[in-house]
Design a protein around this ligand. Structure first.
Ligand code: NOJ
Length: 564
């Protein structure tokens, strides 16, 4: 097991969506005992396993599952669909025995509407827990909502409660009421939840939508979308009034600048307090889901690099174009913006977005591209997060309306099919239940099951799975990959290639990635002498001594050792 205060900087993380990893009881839904069965696949201490060091589990706490676990009705218990607290204890023990750390998903911007706290809160206006949530009177004779805020799944952020004749705020579904983070009792209760799991063996938390905990206390309305300085500057007064009219006529309230319901300064204080709690325990960590189109805002959640969140996801890769320069600029921007002590975290996919392999075309080049991305993800300066199934090239699954489970997809189909397509069950083999279940899987399996499954790829030395394994195990032995500096190489490099150095005093490595489908000539600056190929994405290119590097094959990525 990686140890020491900073173990998470060297770790490879793996995200498991518990409903979809392994079903042990044939009900078509993954569960904790199922995950335990598969821990050896993730890391059995040998190079025949994937070799990951930590798992981030999407929530498995008690939940009525309006948002599949992101609506928690008991923070300190496991949902019976997934198992029991005893299963959890066994999971932690078995994971730790294999050197795998356990990260839980802390979903505390909101609870489920079935949480006893909310049930109490909504029971009467003078209930002691009334102020644990955000309740307001309607405005004017028609009792309109207190402001124009929209929820993140489309629609108003306020729901009228007939019984107590007030609105409550929900940044997501009406079944996910927002907690009032200005209430000290709420903070105390959540501190209790954090300690509960830390004491039970959790190694840290992923913090769900941690940028929206606190909202404007005056609940001011957000400005409409076109009132963004950059857009507005470019508009003539005529265009501006036309926009305003269109906005009013067509009622486009979804398009608003979220000025007053996110990134509140008080949220940083809450997160700094979380950090203090985590620091009371040895070797704990955190990663924030902070959503902002401005990476500087995301970077601010690192505090001074040591006093707020340990890591924050950098989501630019999830919408970056397939261009070497675009990826390079994303990385350089992030490297530039982070406070000196802050540690980056990278991801290509998660349970909310289309799987990367499909996002980048999914066609004939899909596998070559997936290998290239894997090499980039696992060799940048920072902690990589792999989404389950990415290592076998599982693709996004197209679902019919009838097959959809995600409420967001159901609402917006066919314009937006929702998030089920990236949440389909893990493909262990090509049998009828794909080795995932003996029953009916809760979502269908993906395309090309006969080759996109673990059993088939284990047998093939050239498979994506075996490439991931080799690279992850190799990474563990390269100090420059684990803690080296990052520097792009641009001089003499074709536009469609992305090259960077990872360096410590003892080791110099070069990562060379060709984003084009054609062979590319490379002329490295004279001071960079390629001396050894450690691994290439092309299984035909063997590891071994090199006398320089002069070309990269189509979509080829190489990890190369340089002369000191
Ligand atoms: C972000 C999570 O990743 C997403 O799945 C969820 O629906 C929302 N937060 C609400 O908790």
């Amino acid at each position: 097991m990686l140890t020491g205060k900073d173990w998470w900087k060297k770790a490879v993380f793996y995200q498991i969506y518990p409903r979809s990893f392994m079903d042990s009881n044939g009900d078509g839904i993954g569960d904790l005992p199922g995950i335990i069965e598969k821990l050896d696949y993730l890391n059995d201490g040998t190079q025949g396993s994937l070799g990951i060091d930590a798992i981030w589990f999407s929530p498995f706490f008690k939940s009525p599952e309006y948002d599949f676990g992101y609506d928690v009705s008991d923070y300190c218990d496991i949902d019976p669909r997934f198992g029991t607290l005893e299963d959890f204890d066994r999971l932690v023990a078995e994971a730790h025995r294999r050197g795998i750390r356990v990260m839980l998903d802390l979903v505390v911007n909101h609870t489920s509407h079935e949480h006893p706290w909310f049930k109490e809160s909504r029971s009467s206006r003078d209930n002691p827990k009334r102020d644990w949530y955000i309740w307001r009177d309607g405005v004017g004779p028609r009792r309109r909502p207190p402001n124009n805020w929209r929820n993140n799944f489309f629609g108003p952020a306020w729901t009228w409660d007939e019984a107590t004749q007030q609105y409550y705020l929900h940044s997501f579904l009406p079944q996910q009421p927002d907690l009032n983070w200005f209430n000290p009792e709420v903070r105390k209760a959540i501190e209790g939840v954090i300690r509960f799991w830390l004491e039970r063996g959790a190694d840290g938390f992923r913090l769900d939508v941690a940028h929206i905990y606190c909202k404007d206390e005056q609940l001011r309305s957000n400005p409409p979308f076109y009132r963004r300085p950059k857009i507005e500057e470019r508009m003539s007064p005529g265009d501006r009034s036309l926009m305003m009219n269109l906005y009013t006529i067509f009622g486009l309230p979804e398009f608003q600048v979220k000025r007053y319901n996110q990134h509140h300064p008080e949220t940083h204080r809450v997160l700094k307090r979380f950090r203090q709690i985590l620091d009371e325990y040895p070797e704990k960590t955190s990663i924030g889901e902070i959503l902002s189109e401005d990476p500087q805002v995301v970077a601010s959640y690192y505090g001074n690099g040591n006093d707020e969140l340990h890591m924050n996801f950098y989501f630019d890769f999830t919408h970056c174009r397939w261009k070497a320069g675009a990826f390079r600029r994303c990385v350089e921007r992030w490297e530039r913006l982070l406070p000196p002590e802050a540690w980056p975290a990278y991801t290509l996919s998660n349970h909310d977005i289309m799987r990367a392999i499909s996002r980048y075309g999914g066609g004939e080049d899909a596998d070559a591209r997936a290998r290239l991305l894997a090499m980039m993800l696992l060799t940048l300066r920072g902690t990589p997060f792999i989404y389950y199934g990415e290592e076998i090239g599982m693709k996004e699954v197209r679902l019919s309306r009838r097959q959809l489970k995600d409420p967001v997809g159901k609402k917006w189909y066919p314009f937006y099919p929702g998030r089920d397509g990236c949440r389909t069950p893990m493909q262990w083999d090509s049998g009828p239940g794909a080795g995932f279940t003996t029953g009916e899987p809760w979502l269908p399996f993906g395309p090309e099951l006969e080759r996109r499954n673990v059993a088939a790829q284990e047998k093939d030395p050239a498979s994506l799975l075996n490439f991931y394994r080799k690279l992850i195990w190799l990474r563990k032995e390269q100090p420059a990959l684990l803690e080296g500096s990052y520097r792009s190489v641009v001089e003499g490099i074709p536009d469609d290639c992305y090259l960077y150095l990872r360096e410590t005093e003892e080791q110099r490595l070069l990562v060379a990635l060709n984003f084009s489908s054609r062979r590319r000539n490379i002329s490295l600056p004279s001071q960079l002498k390629a001396s050894r190929m450690l691994i290439s994405t092309d299984p035909r290119r063997a590891a071994g001594e090199l006398d320089g590097l002069s070309e990269l094959g189509p979509y080829e990525g190489c990890l190369i050792s340089l002369n000191p």
